[in-house]
Design a protein around this ligand. Sequence first.
Ligand code: ADP
Ligand code: MG
Length: 293
Amino acid sequence: MGDATPTVTIGHDMPPELAAEVSTALQRLGVNVEANGASPQRRTGKVIVVISPKGGSGKTAISSNLAVALAQRHPGRVVGVDLDVQFGDLGLALSLTPERTLAQLSRASQIDATTLKLFLTPSKHGLYVLAGADGPVDADSIAHAHVSTVVPLLAENFDYVIVDTPAGLDELTLAAVECASDLLLVSSLDVTSIRSLRTALDALDRMGVTAERRFVLNRADAKVGIDASDAEEAIGMQVSSAVPECREIPLSLNLGTPVVLANPKLPASKRLLALAEAYAPADAERAGKRWRR
Ligand SMILES: Nc1ncnc2c1ncn2[C@@H]1O[C@H](COP(=O)(O)OP(=O)(O)O)[C@@H](O)[C@H]1O
Ligand SMILES: [Mg+2]
């Protein structure tokens, strides 16, 4: 049977992001696209979802610092996603007032790489941010499927996708977890924070989540009758990074310049920079790919 639909082949010499965009545009015109006989190979970046069931444990502080620390090393190749769509403040932490949000994107007729690009806010710190929403009502239009579409698209176009989340494990967070290469688990040194993280991990285990896990103990030097080894025992994981109490962290969040940039010599900054190093070893510099705007 003859197939009237035309077919074109995209060569391997075309940069992958360009090939993807050309391929999407051609497919929209009803053209079959082949990449020298195979579907175009797309690299995907790391998707690091920052999780803590308890509010105030330091998710946004850690996400924003990790994102800018990675962007220092890989300018233009990092995107932060604010999935705390009701009350998120990742934009504020990075001194941004985003005009476009995930909520607006969720109401677009179609979500593809080209559309998504228009909804990102560039930051002077060398990264992009996908803001959540203008508030709880606006956030209502964002569903699991939007996150499942958007996060992998971002991972195809950036080396690091850092997802800040709200307290708990809501539907949108779970959608991000399903696309995650890495989970960054955050707890402060208090029994309720540690116990709720353990409960969340049990739920993730039952769901069969296999993303690589790291555990950040925030305010790890607090004198509260328990210490890091108690937390490790309760969580069943070694602490990857122990971030001490640091007065400059709230100050820097308020001023929109994360502490790793404002004062990299502080003990807390050094821990956060080492965390970024764990995700992006300096000697593992990868071939550049960035979105040009
Ligand atoms: N290590 C720390 N030392 C001092 N203050 C911190 C530290 N980590 C976070 N904070 C502050 O604690 C508050 C809650 O942190 P935040 O990152 O907003 O928590 P979450 O996003 O988990 O709700 C913020 O004011 C933040 O600046
Ligand atoms: Mg937060």
